[in-house]
Every structure is written in structure tokens, then in C-alpha cells.
Design a protein around this ligand. Structure first.
Ligand SMILES: [Fe+2]
Ligand SMILES: [Fe+2]
Length: 243
């Protein structure tokens, strides 16, 4: 399906009406509802958000075929980091635990040894996702903030690039939504439904939402953040001391 690209002069309320799931994007960027007929440009300016960065996030979130072109807009970096960090918080503290509770409920209703596998599979998945996001929060994002500070000339003494560079992250950056496909298939194809279907349906809906949210999250990291930081490293390298 060819979706229209969301632009700066679009009315944000209309964007929500065409895809209500963008509400989580607004929440993550600290945009409060009640914005009348204002355009995206007006709202982002009022909220001190870079309009270009916000449009890239929104278009990736809404459209899997959208190809972002971030160029050398290094000033987008703080808003990308803000979105990614606040998404991590949402995944780890809100969405993933909510699904865990429902999976536990499902196992309790089913009394079937195979459902225990679903629970242990999901718990193992939580460990992997937590490790993945902790690494980004504790190593990757602080590194990007450090080199962005160098870019802003807040720090020139030594380069964080002496210790690390973004390609290390790029090479080891795994997809964390793929495992969810297996889990969905166990619930859809392999586990006979003996229970009333409500909890299983809720778990599946939540898994589909999480998968799609994680997919766009990973696209922002792989297709926007990593290439942009690579450009920044290339520009900074000749200018700074590597010691
Ligand atoms: Fe992430
Ligand atoms: Fe990631």
C-alpha cells in the first residue's frame, strides 16, 4: 500500500485520525493533546522538537515503505535519542510486562505443559531485549551524546572515538522483533485452543503491536541513527585529538 508521506504542514489531529497508533509517538516526544488544528510544524516548534527529526520518526512509524533521507542533519540527533530512549522505557516498563502478565494468565487457564514453554520462551525473550536495550542505553547512546557534544564544541579535549565507534554497534545490532513471529505462530498454529479465546486474542494483539513498534524502532536505529552518526564521525575525525 502506498501511503502519503506526512509533511510539516499537515494537521497533527488528522494524522492521529488516520493512524491512532501515533499516539505513542506523541507521548514519547512529550507532545500533549488538545492542539486544535495546529500543523506539525507549529506543534513541534512550540514543544522545542526539531520538525525534520519528528517527521522522519513519524513517517517511519506509519509507513514501512518510507525511505528516510537524513543527510547531514546532525541537529536531529538529540530528538532521535529522546524518542529511542523513551521507547525503551515504554517497551521494558510498560508493554513487555503487560504481555508477560497476560501470558501468565493464559498458562494458568490452559493447564497444558506446552503453555509453560510459551512462558519460558517469553521470559527468555525479555532477558534478551533487556540486555539489548541496556547496551544501547549505557554504551551506544552516551557515546553518541559525547560525540554530539564534540560537534557542538562543548568538549574538544579528547575524542570518545578513541575508544569506540558506531560501526561496532552497527555490526552487532540484532533484530529483536523476529523472535516474536515464532511466539505468535505457537499461539496461532501450534497450541490447540481449549480455553475461552479472550486472553489469547489479547496476547496476540499485544504481540503484533509490539512487533510493529519494535520494527520501526530498529529502522530508526539502523537506517537513520547509525548512518547519521557515521557522517558525524567522518566530519569530526580530522578535527580532533584521538588521544
Ligand atoms: Fe533500541
Ligand atoms: Fe536496537
Amino acid at each position: 500500500m502506498d501511503l502519503k508521506i506526512i509533511a510539516a504542514n499537515d494537521i497533527l489531529a488528522n494524522v492521529i485520525h488516520s493512524n491512532y497508533r501515533v499516539l505513542v509517538v506523541l507521548d514519547r516526544m512529550g507532545i500533549k493533546l488538545g492542539f486544535d488544528n495546529k500543523t506539525i510544524e507549529q506543534i513541534t516548534r512550540e514543544n522545542n522538537i526539531n520538525t525534520g527529526a519528528f517527521l522522519i520518526i513519524l513517517n517511519i512509524f506509519c509507513n514501512n515503505n518510507y525511505i528516510p533521507d537524513v543527510g547531514k542533519n546532525f541537529e536531529f540527533i538529540p530528538d532521535f535519542l529522546r524518542y529511542l530512549k523513551s521507547s525503551h522505557h515504554y517497551f521494558l516498563n510498560e508493554k513487555i510486562p503487560a504481555i508477560q502478565q497476560n501470558i501468565h494468565k493464559l498458562v494458568y487457564h490452559l493447564h497444558d505443559s506446552r503453555t509453560d514453554l510459551v512462558e519460558s520462551f517469553y521470559n527468555k525473550y525479555i532477558e534478551e531485549v533487556t540486555e539489548h536495550m541496556d547496551y544501547e542505553n549505557e554504551t551506544v547512546f552516551p557515546y553518541i551524546e559525547d560525540i554530539y557534544d564534540v560537534f557542538l564544541k562543548k568538549s574538544t579535549i579528547s575524542s570518545p572515538m578513541a575508544e569506540y565507534d558506531i560501526s561496532i554497534y552497527g555490526e552487532h545490532h540484532d533484530d529483536i522483533e523476529d523472535v516474536l513471529k515464532d511466539l505468535k505462530n505457537i499461539l496461532i498454529r501450534h497450541l490447540p485452543q481449549k480455553e475461552q479465546g479472550k486472553t489469547r486474542r489479547i496476547v496476540l494483539q499485544q504481540l503484533f503491536e509490539l512487533e510493529s513498534d519494535l520494527y520501526s524502532h530498529t529502522r530508526i536505529e539502523d537506517e537513520v541513527l547509525i548512518p547519521l552518526v557515521k557522517e558525524l564521525e567522518n566530519d569530526l575525525r580530522p578535527l580532533i585529538s584521538m588521544t
